[in-house]
Design a binder for this molecule. Structure first.
Ligand code: APR
Ligand code: PHB
Length: 390
């Protein structure tokens, strides 16, 4: 089989890339290791920066998002029982759209299949070949047979644990890594969110976050050890701890039936370069951020916007400038999002290694943000999203 762009991975990056290429007359084939049901059922954060919301709407895949998504004009920072609202609308004129990632994936799959797009689910043993030449190809197994996909471009959208990043020779790669001394214990609960907006709480017992998936489904997290054993956390203990960390005058946390719980470690990671020959890395395949800044999905979408803008003139007229600058262009934004995510994480979490002095500095930085329009604006403009292409 032959196509113009071979895409590995049917997560947000791979699906959005396939859709945007199709809108611009460029063919692609998506190879996905998992089943359609698995991919469409993977519950993940969906806080969309306004530029990403606009990108999806302009690409014709925003109908359900606009109908079911929740536009949020601010977030609440809570510390020592007091709230401070970061007013995105007043400070930046923008908002964020809260819309679950798995619904974005469902919407994109539906759009691709309706347009006759090729998404090969349960494609096994994917390997990338000759990526340093002008005739790369992908070998994979599907329907019990080994197959080959010849393509002009390969897009590695296979996430942090995929094979694309390692298809760049180690001698040509450099990675930047930071593991945090804590993780997040996350729950999904059938209970209406106890706050209309997201609440980021900094507490002496540890960080907590109140988020949501819909008007009837809450998503909450509490800081825990990176190797925390979820078996030690009964539902009652989780709700009690969340109530303690989220406590504030006039606030009551409404418990409910927990339908999912799990512990995720936290890390910052960047692999450079994001391109090698005809292979281009997008999304989690190239970078990971701690979820505190809600940047993972948005960074993936930004990479897609940059690569799409570069591939259109390349396929139509052989113009190479934008394609040669792909990685450099993406990394300008990736590193700014890495900085923001690291900063939000460092600001709001409890570090056992912190001296009393460092803990006081954390308190002072929060107090400064609360009292400074400039500092609140800096947080707001990063949270609602820098321009997709810097
Ligand atoms: N072959 C084919 N598909 C693969 C392979 C492989 N060897 N390895 C991984 N995949 C698939 C995974 O099954 C997954 O569906 O690639 C997809 C990668 O999707 P994501 O991990 O969601 O990565 P990305 O599309 O970059 O989206 C980033 O997703 O993980 C969240 O927090 C992250 O919100 C961010 C967003
Ligand atoms: C979520 O809803 O899962 C979520 C929201 C905001 C974050 C992280 C996760 O910063």
């Amino acid at each position: 089989m032959r196509t113009q762009v071979g895409i590995v991975g049917a997560g947000p990056a791979g699906l959005l890339l396939s859709h945007l290429l199709h809108l611009n007359g460029i063919e692609s084939v998506v190879l996905e290791a998992r089943s359609r049901a698995y991919v469409e059922g993977r519950i993940r954060a969906g806080v969309l920066e306004q530029p990403v919301e606009q990108l999806l709407t302009d690409a014709g895949v925003g109908t359900r998002m606009q109908a079911e998504g929740m536009a949020h004009e601010g977030v609440i920072l809570r510390t020592e029982g007091h709230d401070h609202r970061i007013d995105f609308q007043a400070l930046t004129g923008k908002h964020v759209m809260v819309y679950p990632q798995h619904k974005i994936v469902q919407d994109l799959i539906a759009a691709r299949l309706a347009a006759g797009g090729q998404i090969l689910f349960e494609a096994a043993g994917v390997s990338l070949n000759d990526v340093g030449t002008d005739a790369p190809f992908i070998v994979y197994e599907h329907d019990g047979r080994q197959k080959r996909l010849d393509c002009a471009i390969i897009a590695g959208c296979d996430g942090f644990h995929g094979i694309s990043r390692d298809s760049i020779p180690a001698a040509c790669r450099r990675s930047f890594d930071r593991e945090y001394p804590f993780g997040w214990l996350g729950i999904l609960a059938d209970t209406p969110p106890s706050s209309e907006e997201l609440v980021y709480a900094s507490h002496d017992r540890g960080f907590a976050l109140l988020s949501m998936r819909s008007p009837s489904v809450s998503r909450l997290y509490l800081q825990c050890a990176p190797d925390e054993d979820i078996a030690h956390w009964s539902d009652g203990r989780i709700w009690d701890e969340l109530s303690l960390r989220l406590s504030c005058q006039g606030f009551t946390l409404q418990p409910g039936t927990i339908t999912q719980k799990g512990v995720t470690p936290m890390r910052s990671f960047v692999s450079e370069p994001m391109q090698y020959g005809r292979l281009f890395l997008l999304g989690d395949a190239a970078h990971i951020v701690p979820p505190t800044g809600a940047k993972g999905l948005n960074l993936a979408a930004a990479d897609v916007a940059v690569l799409t803008r570069a591939l259109i003139p390349w396929f139509r007229a052989g113009e190479t400038a934008l394609l040669e600058a792909y990685g450099e262009t993406c990394l300008r934004r990736v590193w700014k999002a890495q900085r923001f995510s690291w900063w939000m994480t460092s600001l709001l979490h409890r570090f056992d290694a912190h001296s009393p002095f460092e803990r006081q500095v954390q308190r002072a930085e929060l107090d400064y943000i609360f009292g400074s329009v400039a500092a609140s604006t800096a947080l707001a403009e990063n949270y609602v999203g820098l321009p997709l292409i810097l």
